[in-house]
Design a protein around this ligand. Structure first.
Ligand code: HEC
Length: 134
């Protein structure tokens, strides 16, 4: 009787261990759901501390617009141009928006495109008619 229980225990623990190893191996070989350029873009986002002024999913600085759905609102070529040759920031007349090189800007826009695919059920709430101060 005891021997039978021991055998069952050994069988169950060995098979669950093997299942664990198999699942770990298989999942480590699956392609990442985030495109490589988007991962590179996330690092650019972190390096330049964009979150200090902008929000993603409503988290971050309230200095400027939320970037969660920016790629729905603006074309990628507009965004890349904006980041490579940034304008002077309003209402400041001297400080330019942080500038990126072309590769960083493209990766960053890929990251923002990836962020835009994440379903958020309309969060953060978008302003219907944002009043632009000029
Ligand atoms: C010092 C604060 C600050 C930082 C840091 C900053 N931004 Fe901005 N950003 C702004 C402000 C302010 C505006 C709005 C400028 C205006 O409307 O004149 C803006 C505008 C933008 C726009 C244009 C949005 C549109 O609808 O036209 C994009 C895109 C953008 N920022 C992306 C980024 C990215 C990416 C980074 C990091 C590399 C970044 N920002 C870092 C303050 C900042």
């Amino acid at each position: 009787m005891d021997l039978l229980k021991l055998r069952t225990l050994l069988l169950l623990s060995t098979s669950s261990f093997l299942l664990f190893v198999a699942i770990t191996l298989i999942s480590s070989r699956l392609p990442s759901p985030i495109p490589e350029s988007a991962v590179a873009g996330k690092l650019v986002w972190q390096k330049h501390n964009c979150i200090s002024c902008h929000t993603l999913f409503g988290n971050g600085g309230y200095e400027a617009d939320d970037m969660t759905n920016i790629t729905t609102k603006e074309t990628s070529s507009y965004l890349i141009d904006y980041l490579v040759q940034p304008p002077v920031m309003r209402p400041n007349k001297y400080t330019h928006h942080p500038a990126l090189n072309k590769v960083d800007a493209e990766n960053l826009v890929n990251y923002l495109e990836y962020v835009d695919t994440i379903p958020t059920l309309g969060w953060p709430r978008q302003q219907k008619n944002p009043v632009k101060d000029s």
